[in-house]
Design a protein around this ligand. Sequence first.
Ligand SMILES: NC(=O)c1ccc[n+]([C@@H]2O[C@H](COP(=O)([O-])OP(=O)(O)OC[C@H]3O[C@@H](n4cnc5c(N)ncnc54)[C@H](O)[C@@H]3O)[C@@H](O)[C@H]2O)c1
Length: 469
Amino acid sequence: MSKEKKESAANENKGLDRRDFLQGSATLPVLGLFGYALHKKASYDKALREEKVAEEQVQEDLQPLNIALLGAGEQGYVLLNAMLKLPNLNFKAVCDIWEEFNLKKTVNILGKYGHEVNGYVDYRDMLEKEKDLDAVVIATPDFWHAEHAIACMEAGLDVYCEKEMSNTLEGARKMAEAARRTGKLLQIGHQRRSHPKYIHSYEHLLTEAEILGRIITVNGQWNRSAQPQRGWSSRYEIPQDRLKKYGFDNMRQFRNWRWFKGLGGGPIVDLGSHQIDIYNWFLGSNPVSVSARGGHLYYPKDTHEWYDTVMVIYEYETPKGPAQAFYQTQTTNSSQGYFETFMGDQGTLVISESGSRGSLYREPTAPAWDEWIRKGYISPPKIQEMQAESEAVLDVRETLAPDEHKIPIVFNDPYHLPHLSNFFNTVRGLETLNCPAEIGYETAVAVLKVNESIEANRKLPFSEDEFHV
Ligand SMILES: NC(=O)c1ccc[n+]([C@@H]2O[C@H](COP(=O)([O-])OP(=O)(O)OC[C@H]3O[C@@H](n4cnc5c(N)ncnc54)[C@H](O)[C@@H]3O)[C@@H](O)[C@H]2O)c1
């Protein structure tokens, strides 16, 4: 079926969408709402069933792709779980230097799902022997990304490569250049770029509705509990010569590579890059300066070379005016987890990849949001909350807390599924990449300079040229 035909089949079967349902219930008077809602619900369920049938048909028709997984550790496993839910992917090969454990485990798992895959320790063997691959998904440690991604693209494969694009800007630049030179796709694993909640917020709330007005301040965090170092069973130890060959001094470093200089970038790169990527996306610009403080406040330097606690301030000159963004990552207390908050002169957006977290708060002086409620872009404020607030006796010095509106996007799939789906559908010629090399590169520039600023102990400027390959 052609792309146009698929889209028209899906549209014809959509009938009533979720937004219609929200819109209807938000504008009706209370009397008769129940009966109306039941009727609407039946039509809504029917529409959903028809939509599902149309989607299944579209999925059956998707071009099959032969793929390989390069790096089958924790994240490789997470990606695999998501990919096994996607249609028409034929796994052909897995490559991982941990032959004794991760490689064997992954080959077995895929076998149980009916994929007869060849296992490889060295990616060069895989590329030499597997001649009918279309694409590869890379989830090796950051310091391997450039070599792996470039070799795969040069071998004619489209590449999905986990973030951080590379642990060095030179590596990231070479990856982007290789994508251009070979004409191959390179998607970087900043998966929020494909998350329906983030896309809805960017397209409908920030761009179309400009619901926050002018964003002046941003803050975000990723707080994580103290964790022991990753261990391993002596039964599955990698021989020393193989560890050395692939850039690791010993098993401890191999298991905890993200804390080591030259291999990873520490928590600010590991965790922060996802969210700083969103700062740039939602603000519509790259930062003009960064000042950061970081330290070894908890873990010893010899086991954790990178900073365990980092606080950053970015300055922006956005199309609407200057803005400042704060970001914190700390690895000793998980309070309030991870989220990003965008504060404008008309409202606040609090958003997170995690669970159902996603709310808006209107400033009391801002124009009403009725239109956006009617369109189903945001939920109406909760009735109980409105009553509770009207009955509360306010101290004259207090400001009434703004109403909370939820982002009405229900998303129960694995976090990485839409981003992987976007990649494979782009390989099939049906979509365009949500995080191509150029965007991954811009984020890498913004994030890797945090560590430089900490080392230099001062604010560092960015020039706009730095962000472009
Ligand atoms: N997008 C996300 O949300 C997210 C989350 C976690 C990790 N990641 C990224 O995924 C990547 C992998 O992280 P992880 O947590 O799975 O690490 P990991 O250490 O658990 O897994 C890495 C795997 O790569 C293998 N490996 C190492 N060097 C190799 C080489 N030269 N050739 C082949 N295999 C090699 C290791 O044996 C291991 O199985 C990193 O880039 C990380 O930043 C992304």
